[in-house]
Design a protein around this ligand. Sequence first.
Ligand code: CUA
Length: 318
Amino acid sequence: MQSGSPWLEFNLPPQNSTVAGDVDGLYMFVYYLSIFFFVLIVGGMALFMWQYRRRPNGPKVQQISHNTYLEVAWSVIPTILVIFIFLWGVKGFMDMAVAPKGAQEIYVSAKKWSWSFQLTVDGQSFNTTNEIGVMKDTPVKLIMSSQDVIHSFYVPNFRIKQDVVPGRYSTLWFQATQSGENHIFCTEYCGKDHSIMQAKVIVFDNAEEYQKWVAKWKPSDEVSATYGEKLYKQNACMGCHSVDGSKVVGPTFKGIWGREEAIVGGTKVTVDESYVRESILEPNAKVVEGYPPAMPSYKGQLKDNQILSLIEYMKTLK
Ligand code: CUA
């Protein structure tokens, strides 16, 4: 925490990500704008109360019904300010919502009361608990899901926060600008030990030290494209979905990742983690136009890491 006067500098955490400055900038703008209007309105009220207080022989004030210039001013100026705040907010939201292409992907799994992570560095996958290591100035995308109740992933130093929900994936991304450790908090009350459901992001600026950190963890194939390919063959996915572009019963997996598909009923869906997960567990929820609703549900048959492995495998089929 930085020290400083609560009036001018605040005790905000350090700005350790690319979006932190913008978040604080908008926050400060709204804050000082509020102070400005508070002083203007309350000060004006106090001044007029004093100036026009009841006095013997005081001037008689005539009734004023309206003042066009004043009314236009107090309608137009706040409208412009609010639109400006809205546009700034939308820009910041879009910057925070859309991860850059090619970002390093990390799977986050929350459960009462710890965080586990699945990383792949230089083709090697491994699991970590309550700790992730990343390189400075590298965009990182988090694909998050919960195994029980709703949690929320919050890194104050990065100014990012997102709910982590069972049964679906939510995403978040960041790019760290400072090396060092950053706290991760759970910010959705999730039971007795909610307050100690903490973890950290360690940011390295030295590739050698990062390798040392990576070497600390045992390699695991729990989530990997290789395991996904094995599952694809074992679970009879291959009976209906080709990987070479040919049409069998269902859509081919080749090139499917990230594609926009037309859905029976007239809507569209982008093939991402959440859609694939839903299609595995509830195949008839969103059937791609032109294909029969022929797929059985794999609910209860595939574990989380197996679904993620299938997703990893699909991502490799470009
Ligand atoms: Cu998890 Cu609060």
